[in-house]
Design a protein around this ligand. Structure first.
Ligand SMILES: Cc1cc2nc3c(=O)[nH]c(=O)nc-3n(C[C@H](O)[C@H](O)[C@H](O)COP(=O)(O)O)c2cc1C
Length: 187
């Protein structure tokens, strides 16, 4: 237990989705790998270990930004598309997490849940190291062309999220409902 800056409660409560990263500062991949390895200790029914992490390099990142721009050109117009392209190109770190597919609906549902646990674990580990993340499931991540760009077979794996990471330029504030609104005690 070294380098612990916060206790678990503080890490969970203070982690925020980071929308603005300090441009050009990419956290060391060894720190990211350490967080991924720790994250894999998530609960996982049948120990199917259905997750896969992909670290996306400059070429893949650019292709995704281009694909997103093309889609936005059609739906939102040139200005919005260019703005988003620049914004995305400035995001320092790019990871993709997928879940293996299964013909067994219950298994797939449980596997997807386990992948979500893994992502949260990873985001918390990174937050503890001062690295912010944003989990994105934007429409581009569901496009067939997206799967082609990241060399993922859509028949075998489902994208659970693009995980952007870097050092936060800004940490937003948010709120949660009081516990009594989401808690019921049954006899
Ligand atoms: C499955 C999932 C998908 C998400 N996709 C997006 C997204 O596409 N765009 C976005 O801005 N935020 C996305 N988020 C982040 C949420 O908007 C964010 O968690 C929420 O606003 C609460 O803020 P917090 O993470 O700072 O507590 C996603 C979160 C989850 C769990």
């Amino acid at each position: 237990m070294t380098n612990k800056m916060m206790d678990l409660e503080e890490i969970i409560k203070s982690r925020r989705t980071i929308h603005d990263f300090i441009p050009g500062q990419i956290p060391d991949i060894s720190v990211i790998k350490e967080a991924m390895a720790t994250a894999c200790w998530a609960p996982n029914h049948h120990l199917s270990e259905p997750w896969h992490f992909y670290s996306l390099g400059q070429e893949t990142k650019s292709s995704i930004c281009e694909l997103n721009k093309e889609t936005l050109l059609e739906t939102k117009g040139v200005e919005a598309a260019e703005k988003k392209y620049k914004r995305w190109m400035d995001i320092p770190g790019w990871l993709l997490v997928t879940c293996q597919k299964s013909n067994d609906e219950l298994l797939f549902q449980e596997d997807y849940a386990a992948c979500c646990c893994v992502i949260q674990n990873m985001m918390l580990c990174l937050w503890d190291k001062g690295i912010g993340t944003k989990w994105s499931t934007g429409p581009v991540t569901r496009e067939d062309q997206f799967y082609d760009l990241v060399w993922v077979n859509k028949d075998l794996e489902k994208v659970v999220g693009l995980i952007w990471y870097g050092y936060p330029a800004d940490v937003p504030k948010t709120i949660r409902k009081p516990l009594q609104q989401v808690f019921t005690e049954l006899p």
